[in-house]
Structures are given as C-alpha cells and as structure tokens.
Ligand binder design. Structure first.
Ligand SMILES: NC(=O)c1ccc[n+]([C@@H]2O[C@H](COP(=O)([O-])OP(=O)(O)OC[C@H]3O[C@@H](n4cnc5c(N)ncnc54)[C@H](OP(=O)(O)O)[C@@H]3O)[C@@H](O)[C@H]2O)c1
Length: 327
C-alpha cells in the first residue's frame, strides 16, 4: 500500500500540547505482520508517559504513540495465514496507534467480539493483556480470594474489577471520588474505598487482609500495601504514579511470607504477547461476546484532538477508557 496517512507525532517531550498532527508514509507489513486501517485507537496512561519522555518505545517500534486499535486489515505480510485483508480486528500494538494505518504482529490481533462495535473493541487490548498477565498469570488470583485494585476507575481498574469478580474473587477497589467509587461498585466490586476519606489499610485489615493487590500508584502505597496484605499475600506492581522509590522494612515480607512482583507489557517478546493473546481468546473473549463484561467507555475525541484526550486523562476526571476516532 502506498501514499501518506494522517498521524499524531510527539514533537518533543512535554505536555499534551506537543501532540502534533502530521503526514507520514503508510508503512508496509514485514514478515508476520499485518497493516490495520485504524477506525479507533484507545488512549492509555503509558501514552502520556511516552509523550512526557518517560517511556521510550522499545527498539524497532513506531515512535508514534498508541498501544491498541480496532479496524480492518488492509494488507498482510509474508507468512501471515491467520488473517486476511478485510477482516475486522482489535490489536495490541508496539506503538503507532495514533495514525490512519498501524502495523502489528498478526499474532497480536484478536477478533472483534460478537456484537461489539469497533469503538469499544479498540479499548480492549492494552488493559485486557495487562490484567490477564498481572492479576491471573503472575498474581495467581483464585475464586474466593480477596483482591484489592488501586485506581479502580481507571482503564486497568475497570477491567480488573470485572474480570476478577467474574472469576469469583471478592473485589475491593480504591478510587479518588464518590462517583468513581460508585462506578467500581456497579462493575462488581463488593467494597469501594474513597482513599481521600478512608484508609485502605484499615479497610482491608478489617476484612482479614488482601490476598492479592494490583497497584499502579507506588510511592508510600508500597509499605501500606504490605500492611494491607494477608499472610501469604501477593503484591503486583504495574506502575508508579507516585514514584518507584521507597524505604521498606522487608522483615514483614519474610515473616508473613509475602510475594512482591510486577511486570510491564510493552517490552515483552512477540511470542510472550502472542501467548497472552491466545489465553484471552480462550478464556475472556467468549465473555465479551456474550456481553457478560464490556469495556467502560469515557469520552471520544477525533484523532486530531489527541492533545485534548491526553489532557482529559491527566485531569483524572475520566472513568474507564478514552478513545480516538480515526476514520
Ligand atoms: N505494567 C503494565 O504492563 C501496564 C500496562 C498498561 C498500563 N499500566 C499502568 O497502569 C496505570 C493505569 O493505566 P490506565 O491507562 O488505566 O490509566 P488511567 O485510566 O489514566 O488511570 C489512572 C488512575 O490512577 C488513579 N491515580 C491514583 N493515584 C494517582 C496519582 N498519583 N496520579 C495520577 N493518577 C492516580 C487516578 O484515579 P483517582 O481519581 O482514583 O486517583 C486515575 O484515574 C497507569 O499507571 C499505567 O501506566 C501498566
């Protein structure tokens, strides 16, 4: 495919205003890759980190922001057998979603769930890949366990609440307003803790402690998470909105047999992300197709207004996913 496409570039590290519309050549798929004509692109907090200069794309990835999209396959590279031109997909991207066309490994595409529109489908990959990996594969959440997710109203949080409650966990969430707490309860949390007026450590201790905590906040939440865990509990760290460095007394980790782990999705190998895609297709996509879970949609912005989308995300007023309409 030839020609140019509209994209959003990061003109320099900075605030939302550095997101600049531009034209670029349409890329060609290499071996094992597909080219997607993007209909919608999901907006994620890591896009804002990349824009600010704090999260560089991995080697070989597009320098354009955008980690997920939904649309139609426009071209396939050599060796691709699982998809054909014209198929509608949603896809995890190594970058480059804020554009009319995006490349990704064919094995990182998933079908659009039955009955779901492309706008909602564009908001699935980044959070579902992240939650399956960190809550279930790494965190080992099991039915009946007490699960605490911080940032319960975020894209990640709204996904984690729904999946964990669907698989039978007792879900607790923190959020920064009563409206966000109400949203968490509506998604299946049995208790939502407004962290501005209530201490989540006391709330979890009153329940016997959390068996698993998914944390994106870090900073002083790290020692507080340790206190909020039940004996043998696990803490999975996926981001550090309040910073990664803290002083910690590890005696409690040892004596109460706690596990501290974490991961980031983007730098993982193509093969590793393909395995996650397979797990999602088998375990989670049937739930989406049956309408038993669904992404929580916040606001839609045109591609050209990506800066406004980032400003909304960084205002933290949103609940669920912000999306860019591309075509
Ligand atoms: N490790 C991975 O593989 C991976 C993958 C994707 C995303 N992530 C991370 O997961 C987090 C959530 O991503 P997302 O796209 O779902 O983001 P998001 O929708 O923007 O949500 C972030 C939420 O965190 C809450 N929050 C708590 N403390 C905060 C603080 N100090 N500063 C800013 N926000 C704070 C905010 O809600 P309140 O009003 O409740 O404070 C906000 O809504 C991000 O940190 C992202 O980098 C990690």
């Amino acid at each position: 495919m030839q020609g140019t496409m509209r994209v959003i570039e990061i003109s320099r590290p900075g605030g939302p205003e550095v997101l600049t519309p531009a034209d670029r050549p349409v890329p060609s798929p290499g071996h094992g890759e597909v080219l997607i004509k993007v209909a919608y692109a999901g907006v994620n907090r890591p896009d804002a980190l990349q824009r600010a200069g704090a999260y560089d794309p991995p080697p070989g990835a597009s320098d354009l922001p955008g980690l997920e999209c939904a649309g139609e396959i426009a071209a396939i590279g050599e060796g691709v057998t699982e998809w054909s031109v014209g198929d509608q997909v949603c896809a995890l991207l190594p970058g480059g979603g804020y554009a009319e066309y995006a490349l990704t490994p064919a094995v990182h595409c998933l079908p659009v769930p039955d009955g779901m529109d492309l706008k909602a489908a564009a908001c699935l990959p980044e959070t579902y890949f992240t939650v399956l990996t960190n809550v279930f594969l790494r965190g080992g959440l099991e039915g009946g366990e007490r699960f605490l997710v911080h940032g319960g109203s975020s894209g990640i949080g709204t996904t984690a609440i729904q999946l964990a409650s669907h698989f039978g966990a007792r879900v607790f969430a923190t959020a920064g307003s009563d409206a966000k707490c109400a949203a968490c309860l509506g998604l299946g949390a049995e208790r939502a803790i407004n962290y501005r007026s209530e201490d989540f450590v006391e709330a979890m201790r009153a329940e016997g402690g959390a068996d698993l905590i998914l944390d994106m906040v870090g900073g002083d939440y790290i020692p507080r998470n340790i206190k909020a865990l039940a004996d043998d509990g696990r803490l999975v760290q996926i981001a550090f909105l309040q910073g990664p460095k803290v002083e910690l007394n590890f005696a409690e980790v040892m004596v109460r047999r706690l596990t501290i782990t974490g991961s980031t999705l983007r730098p993982q190998s193509v093969k590793s992300k393909a395995r996650i895609a397979t797990g999602l297709r088998t375990e989670v996509w049937p739930l989406l197709s049956a309408g038993r879970i669904a992404p929580v949609m916040d606001e839609e912005f045109p591609l050209e207004e990506a800066a406004a989308a980032h400003a909304r995300m960084e205002s933290s007023q949103h609940i669920g996913k912000i999306v860019l309409k591309v075509a």
